[in-house]
Design a protein. Structure first.
Lengths: 309, 539
């Protein structure tokens, strides 16, 4: 279930308690201020009251409305702090997952060779997420879990929680990271621990996709490069292999044929030759991300898909 | 133009004529108007950008623009609104026009420096816009220019910071000018505690401008050193710390929030007594709460960074201080309400805007408490909740404060009166549209709708559409208000010297005021808000 306000982690209850406390007090005071204001505007309107009183202060009142709000906000601070404190104390037995954020996709590394585009987690087990950025600042946010922490290059930021309800929950990027910031999405999928164990142990990619396609999907290449010819952030993959492309290089414009070598160059040094009509600097090199054999798989996929036509 | 003009007594508007006399004006009122026209132009531009963003978001997927354009729009909207409109805003316009008159001076302490500040401001504003388009880039780093993103995709970050610093420098000069003016040029007999409260709020503001702005300069130098000498301050590739940049950015930009809100508080503090014909309730508490806000406001910047990976201790510490800064604001709200209590309240347009200020600022303030508590902030940080919150504070506070000031001092500035009923109708649209636009964003934010999102999940569709409708309603109100004000500058009915029966000094001189305000400097013998014989009184 992913209803909007239901909390699905062990931390949610404390956060929600702080929300309710702060909202309740805010609500009472806002209503009080509005009612008082409307009362004053009517009761002391110029029509009703032509003789304004001339008092200009009252020390006991000033003290009351300084001290009472002070006490109330200190309570708000306390509730906010009490719900926050456990977020920083990671239990020792937590399972660790490395969260990798890059423009503009997430991937989750379980440390056993399993890398997944969605965060699959076992129910009722503590999990610590180590947040790692490959490029710029991102923000890892799971509204249903009431957790959020920025993913900053060079920083060892982390978070932990325990999922307490099975289901699928949204992950958003909350630190502005450029063009496709609003498409940097993923899911947390909470399953039984048995189901999780099977999933985790299965290192084969179960899919009918061509192996190259699997690589493209796993690295979210298709977020920016469409398969159906739509212009997204980068040029579409449709009919790529063997096609002629006008590219801009440092030396100026030239025409190249999209052969195996071009595709490899585009993956390893994407900004050297940018297809005309697209922006430079949006894609990072995948030199350290993709293995040579994965790149070969990609090239093979493009080749095969052009032969099918 | 016609015989009537020459028949009018000489005032600051007609004592010299021609464009050149305006561009070289040292009269504080003329400089205030120069700022008013420049700032209004920028405001309207950025408001249109905001409207376009809201139209884009009225439906899922591309509506009228691409993601690239959307990102450019929120970047420009933020930069123009924050750095060019709201930070200088009230102090530069109404501070300039009213401060010297309200303290019984002929001008500010350094009139030529005042004119120079205006040109520094214009230079900074142009540089700010240029920085976003220079070298063939389109703006897309957001108004906070967080590194490393801002440095990777847009090498213009140095220009952008230079612009922020130039604009800040104009603020420093204006602040310095005001501080000296208030210290040295108060009329004889006007002790510190006989000074009206708008000047007091400008005084507190001026100190923030003077002390906080240099931090932008320091940041600029560090970025320049990093880009040219490759000293790693912020860039993780050079061993720098991206969060250090955020600290420096907010050390300036958070106090800047108080630079914009304090003068707005000052404006409404003038309006309540006049339209109630009753002294300000709690003069001293209001003075000291302004000073407290200015002081404590320096130490809360970390609440922008609760999810940045700051240490556990800094997170609760900044949260704690943030709650303390809420108190002086609360004190002010209670004092304003008590000022009206027992008065003879006349709901004229300036007061309508002032009570809207209380309402919107209260909502903005309370949602600020949600953001000040660490646990709840973690949920709503960088969501639409934050966007709604700061629009309630900045637009509902500073913006409505500015409109209140505009409607309050308009007859003084131009010697003409706008159409009262029209002003009230425009207010109705603005106020309704404002709440329809921003309130749904609180709810969507709690549900998890992140900010700066070009597109969104279908579950946010209803809220987004309502919000877009609000934007249109608000824009209609805005246009109606501007048309009313602009149209009546020349065609409005002649305004008397004291149309609202105010008691501060600006109402004791003709409308529009003469070039040097006072023929004879007044001698002050008592508190600023004494209504010994309210004109409403039944005889």
């Amino acid at each position: 279930m992913t209803t909007m306000f239901s909390g699905a982690s062990n931390l949610a209850a404390g956060v929600d308690r702080a929300f309710i406390f702060i909202f309740a007090i805010s609500f009472i005071f806002t209503i009080g201020i509005v009612v008082a204001m409307i009362y004053i505007l009517i009761r002391f309107s110029r029509k009703r009251n032509k003789n304004p009183q001339q008092f200009s202060g009252n020390v006991p009142l000033e003290i009351i409305w300084t001290v009472v709000p002070l006490i109330l906000v200190l309570f708000m601070f306390y509730y906010g702090w009490v719900a926050f404190a456990p977020m920083r104390k990671v239990p020792k037995n937590s399972m660790e997952v490395k969260v990798i954020g890059r423009m503009w996709s997430w991937s989750f590394d379980y440390g056993n060779g399993k890398i997944s585009p969605d965060l699959v987690l076992p129910l009722d087990k503590n999990v610590k997420l180590n947040l790692f950025s490959e490029d710029v600042n991102h923000g890892f946010f799971v509204p249903a879990f009431r957790v959020k922490e920025d993913v900053i290059p060079g920083y060892k930021n982390y978070m932990w929680f325990q999922p307490i309800a099975k289901g699928s929950y949204d992950i958003y990027c909350t630190e502005y990271c450029g063009l496709a910031h609003s498409s940097m999405l993923a899911k947390v999928v909470v399953v039984d621990s048995l189901e999780f164990k099977t999933w985790l142990a299965d290192l084969k990619v179960v899919s009918n996709d061509h192996p190259g396609m699997a690589v493209l999907k796993a690295n979210a290449c298709i977020t920016c490069h469409s398969l159906d010819g739509t212009k997204v952030i980068g040029p579409s993959f449709k009919g790529l292999f063997g096609a002629k492309r006008n590219v801009l290089t440092d030396q100026g414009e030239k025409e190249v044929v999209a052969d195996a070598d071009y595709i490899k160059r585009s993956i390893l040094d994407p900004n050297a030759e940018v297809v005309k009509g697209y922006n430079k600097g949006l894609m990072q090199s995948y030199k350290d991300v993709l293995k040579a054999e994965d790149i070969d798989k990609i090239v093979d996929y493009f080749k095969k898909s052009s032969e099918q036509k | 133009m016609n015989n009537q003009v020459s028949a009018e007594p000489l005032n600051y508007l007609n004592h010299k004529t021609g464009l050149w006399s305006w561009l070289t004006a040292t009269d504080h009122k003329r400089i205030g108007l120069l700022y008013l026209y420049a700032i209004s132009t920028f405001f309207l531009t950025a408001a249109v950008l905001g409207l376009l963003m809201k139209i884009e978001k009225s439906s899922i997927g591309p509506t009228i623009m691409t993601a690239q354009t959307y990102n450019a729009l929120f970047t420009l909207h933020g930069i123009i609104m924050i750095f060019i409109v709201v930070i200088p805003g009230l102090a530069a316009v109404f501070g300039n026009i009213c401060l010297p008159i309200m303290i019984g001076a002929k001008d500010v302490a350094f009139p030529k420096l005042n004119l120079f500040s205006f040109y520094v401001y214009i230079t900074g504003a142009c540089l700010g816009l240029y920085s976003q388009f220079a070298n063939g880039h389109s703006p897309d780093a957001g108004w906070t220019f967080y590194v490393p993103y801002s440095a990777e995709v847009n090498s213009n970050i140095i220009l952008a910071l230079l612009a922020a610093f130039t604009l800040g420098f104009a603020s420093i000069l204006t602040g310095l000018n005001f501080i000296v003016t208030i210290h040295r040029m108060r009329a004889p007999g006007m002790t510190w505690f006989r000074m009206p409260l708008f000047p007091w709020s400008l005084y507190a503001t001026a100190w923030i401008q003077l002390l906080a702005t240099p931090v932008v300069g320091i940041t600029l130098l560090m970025v320049v050193a990093e880009r040219t000498l490759h000293v790693g301050f912020f860039d993780p590739k050079l061993g720098g710390d991206p969060v250090l940049y955020q600290h420096l950015f907010w050390i300036y930009s958070h106090p800047a929030v108080y630079v914009m809100i304090l003068p707005a508080m000052g404006v409404v503090t003038e309006i309540f007594p006049t339209f109630s014909q009753k002294p300000v309730f709690g003069y001293l508490p209001i003075v000291f709460s302004s000073l407290a806000i200015a002081l404590v406001g320096y130490f809360v910047w970390g609440h922008h960074m609760f999810t940045s990976g700051m240490s556990y201790e800094s997170r609760w510490f900044f949260s704690f201080i943030t709650f303390l800064v809420a108190i002086p604001s609360a004190i002010k709200v209670f004092n304003w309400l008590s000022t009206m209590y027992g008065g003879s309240v006349d709901l004229q347009p300036p007061l309508l805007y002032a009570i809207s200020f209380i309402f919107l600022f209260t909502i903005g303030g309370f949602t600020g408490l949600t953001l000040g508590a660490v646990a709840t902030d973690i949920q709503v940080h960088n969501t639409d909740f934050v966007v709604a919150h700061f629009h309630y504070i900045i637009f509902g506070g500073m913006g409505f404060g500015f409109f209140a000031a505009m409607h309050y001092w308009y007859p003084k500035i131009y010697g003409r009166m706008y159409h009262i009923k029209w002003a009230k109708i425009a207010w109705g649209f603005l106020f309704t549209g404002f709440n329809v636009l921003y309130f749904p964003m609180f709810i969507m934010g709690i549900q998890g709708m992140p900010r700066r999102y070009y597109d969104y999940d279908p579950k946010f569709q209803l809220g987004q559409t309502i919000s877009s409708v609000g934007a249109v309603i608000m824009f209609i109100g805005l246009i109606a208000m501007i048309v009313n004000l602009v149209y009546h500058v020349r065609r409005g009915a002649k305004a008397p010297a004291n149309p609202w029966h105010g008691v501060t000094l600006e109402w004791q001189i003709p409308s529009p005021p003469p070039h040097e305000n006072f023929d004879e400097i007044p001698v002050i013998t008592r508190e600023p808000y004494v209504f010994d014989n309210p004109y409403t009184k039944e005889k």
